[in-house]
Design a protein around this ligand. Structure first.
Ligand SMILES: NC(=O)c1ccc[n+]([C@@H]2O[C@H](COP(=O)([O-])OP(=O)(O)OC[C@H]3O[C@@H](n4cnc5c(N)ncnc54)[C@H](OP(=O)(O)O)[C@@H]3O)[C@@H](O)[C@H]2O)c1
Length: 258
């Protein structure tokens, strides 16, 4: 059994590889795919099969996948090109006769209002149309996305964004990786979609209270309205210095609201 992983050189991919090895999948049965040659060399050093991948080259990618049983397609990160790159990976898997395609999607991809999920919805549809038996791992927001909020809290004692009262049931990459490893190493997951998130939703009032405790300093939360958030985004885009109140904050798309 060979498992090929697109995105093996990334952070989520790294956790998934760790979890597969912990489950005693032989390293030689894992084919790590990515573009970062330095990272691929490190993975080869751990005994994994590796290959540099060019998702614009369907035939070459199909040849790379020859003899592979399962493919994990971790969504790529090139804005504007993602759907085509995913389409090419799916077509390469189809040509190579892959038996099971697992895709890291987004929570409630077919119905969510989260704009970022449109690519995931489109990718799920392409996978279904390909006829390859598939599993959708609909991952929620990473907890690690909020590490920078601590930096904002430390920097100016405030966090500002337009999440408002919204709750975020985040989970760590390691947790999502464990789910992927279970699906890759056990039976019964074909033609299923799993909605994956943390157990408990938290909001920014709770986050600032926790940050204040950890940092031993008062931290406040400022809820921005959509227009203020938009202005902040545009300032950032134009590289215009932001209003001092917002200088240590960062934009995030509207998260999944439970
Ligand atoms: N749920 C969330 O909160 C959240 C947040 C951010 C992103 N995401 C999505 O989740 C994915 C995995 O997250 P992560 O933290 O592991 O991201 P990451 O560390 O940036 O890793 C992205 C992986 O995708 C590969 N990749 C990107 N574009 C590619 C292309 N055109 N062709 C081939 N490989 C390509 C990268 O390969 P190289 O490094 O070798 O180029 C890398 O292995 C991201 O790519 C993104 O789609 C989810």
């Amino acid at each position: 059994m060979t498992i090929a992983i697109f995105g093996a050189t990334g952070k989520l991919g790294g956790h998934i590889i760790d979890q597969l090895l912990e489950r005693e999948i032989p390293a030689s049965e894992i084919l790590a795919l990515g573009r970062n040659t330095e990272r691929l060399e490190q993975l080869a050093g751990r005994g994994l099969a590796t290959a540099a991948v060019n998702l614009d080259d369907v035939d070459g990618t199909a040849a790379t996948l020859s003899g592979v049983d399962k493919v994990l397609l971790i969504s790529v990160s090139d804005p504007g090109q993602r759907i085509q790159q995913h389409a090419n990976a799916i077509e390469a898997a189809r040509q190579a006769g892959v038996q099971h395609l697992i895709y890291t999607s987004a929570l409630q991809a077919p119905t969510t209002i989260l704009e970022l999920a449109a690519d995931h919805k489109a990718t799920e549809e392409l996978i279904t149309a390909s006829g390859i038996p598939a599993t959708f791992l609909r991952n929620g927001w990473y907890t690690e996305n909020h590490v920078q909020d601590f930096a904002a809290a430390r920097g100016n004692g405030a966090i500002a964004n337009s999440v408002g009262e919204g709750g975020l049931a985040t989970a760590s990459r390691k947790d999502y990786a464990e789910a992927a490893a279970v699906v890759l190493t056990t039976h019964g997951h074909k033609n299923k979609a799993y909605e994956l998130s943390g157990d408990t939703a938290w909001n920014y009032n709770e986050f600032t209270a926790a940050a204040g405790k950890v940092l031993a300093t008062p931290v406040s939360y400022k809820a921005l309205n959509a227009e203020e958030e938009r202005e902040r985004l545009l300032c950032r885009h134009r590289r215009v210095p932001r209003h001092p109140q917002h200088q240590h904050t960062r934009w995030r798309p509207r998260p999944h609201i439970r």
